[in-house]
Design a protein around this ligand. Structure first.
Ligand code: IFM
Length: 452
């Protein structure tokens, strides 16, 4: 056993995470209206296995059992997301039935002594807002504030921790540059306008929540990567700078320091557009937050390669490639580098010394097989253990890490991969919707109980 719970502060948040479209199902129930994912998954070829998230893990109907499972695992925190199109109708009126679902879920969570962390946007933009311009339109940031006011007004007595956005890099660049995610647009560098509107939505929402719930604790979850150049060559160093810029600094710098990295805007060729935005925007984006959420999965080892012209999620830096260093990979093809979690914590911490940091997602997909011992997912178990051990090292180094959430509590709809990738520490049989705790779930429970 390489790590134990007592090597962390006593008040450390230990949790699991999910997201609305990935687990809930019930996409047309109780007044929920379509989101961009409901539309996108129906376009042939967008989801690897041709599946859709209409039922997913049926969490909408099975949340009580899932909360009981979390309690059995012994977590003290749960990160979930709220579906915008479930709680707010297209006419701007609240949807009482949708709100009631989250009230019942939250009541169950709180009754079990689990602290909820609610993500307000985990990629499921209402379709009618996409039709009006989506994140390319500044109006979407204002619409987000109206939704946030509804959600916080209706649920704030049950939630004290709010995460505005999950992984705005994915929303902007997978959604509007490569088209791998909803809404599936392929706009090259213009997709960076979505970055600005997403971050503006974050900043305006922080101000709105502060007004409504002054004692709430607020953050944002960024997907950060540990970045290394493949060699000392000037080209590889530049490739690493570009990818660090596009994936990490383009988000860290405005949120934590109130400015965009000039080199990244130049790589994108978008200096003029950004210069034309109201100067007050950056002040709003830089609104003080109480913690920074970091979703960490892997490291990129960057080299200067060539671009075959296919739609890229790295607009302006399409020629950058990631080399295979021989590190083991998960089923997603993501190299396993537990020490990279320390890199990203250190990098984030350097922009805002002292700001509490949380790993709001960390986990792995592997092809699970059922055997005599159930789902004996030893690779996922090792992955989680090694990353928690690296978190312990970060805490020892004095980094202000205050929480860790496994992605994910249960197997779920993995976006463009559909159900062909499983991240859960609890297995879901999608036919019967039966839940079975995997070896990794049992390991996490034993770790949390102090038994490892
Ligand atoms: O499933 C996703 C999650 O929705 C956002 N972060 C990465 C996970 C694994 O790809």
């Amino acid at each position: 056993m390489t790590v134990t719970r007592n090597e962390f502060p006593a008040d450390f948040a230990w949790g699991t995470a999910t997201a609305s479209y990935q687990v809930e199902g019930a996409v047309a129930e109780d007044g929920r209206t379509p989101s961009i994912w409901d539309t996108f998954v129906r376009i042939p070829g967008t989801v690897a296995d041709g599946t859709v998230g209409d039922v997913a893990a049926d969490h909408y109907h099975r949340f009580a059992g899932d909360v009981a499972l979390m309690s059995e695992l012994g977590v003290n925190a749960y990160r979930f997301s709220i579906s915008w199109s479930r709680v707010l109708r297209p006419d701007g009126e609240p949807n009482p039935a949708g709100i009631d679902f989250y009230r019942r879920l939250l009541t169950a969570v709180v009754e079990r002594g689990i602290t909820p962390y609610a993500t307000l946007y985990h990629w499921d933009l209402p379709q009618h807002l996409e039709d009006a311009g989506g994140w390319l339109s500044r109006d979407t940031a204002d619409a987000f504030v109206r939704y946030v006011e509804t959600a916080v007004g209706a649920l704030g007595d049950l939630v004290g921790n709010w995460i505005t956005l999950n992984e705005p890099w994915c929303s902007a660049f997978l959604g509007y540059a490569s088209g791998h995610h909803a809404p599936g647009r392929r706009l090259g560098s213009e997709s960076s306008h979505a970055v600005h509107h997403l971050l503006l939505a974050h900043g305006l929402a922080v101000a709105a929540i502060r007004r409504l719930q002054p004692d709430a604790r607020l953050g944002i979850s960024l997907n950060l990567y540990s970045i290394r150049p493949a060699s000392d060559s000037a080209q590889d160093q530049d490739a690493a700078r570009r990818i660090d810029g596009l994936q990490n600094r383009l988000f860290l710098e405005p949120v934590l320091q109130g400015h965009y990295p000039a080199d990244v805007l130049a790589d994108l060729g978008e200096q003029e557009w950004f210069a034309d935005q109201p100067s007050a925007d950056l002040e709003a984006i830089n609104a003080p937050i109480d913690f920074l959420g970091i979703n960490y999965y892997s490291r990129h080892t960057a080299t200067a390669g060539t671009w075959d012209g296919s739609p890229s999620a790295n607009p302006g830096s399409e020629f950058v490639e990631f080399v295979d260093t021989g590190a083991p990979k998960t089923q997603m093809g993501w190299p396993v580098h537990p020490d990279g979690i320390v890199d990203v914590l250190r990098q984030a911490g350097s922009y805002a010394p002292g700001l509490p940091l949380m790993i709001t997602e960390n986990g792995a997909a592997y092809p699970d097989q059922s055997g005599p011992d159930g789902f004996d997912d030893v690779e996922r178990c090792d992955y989680i253990e090694q990353h928690i051990a690296a978190c312990r090292d970060a805490v020892r180094d004095g980094l202000p890490l205050v929480g860790y959430f496994v992605w994910s509590l249960i197997d779920n709809f993995e976006w463009g991969w559909g159900f062909s990738r499983r991240f859960g520490i609890v297995h879901v049989d999608y036919e019967s919707q039966q839940r079975t705790v995997k070896t990794s779930g049992r390991w996490y429970a034993a770790f949390l109980a102090g038994g490892n």
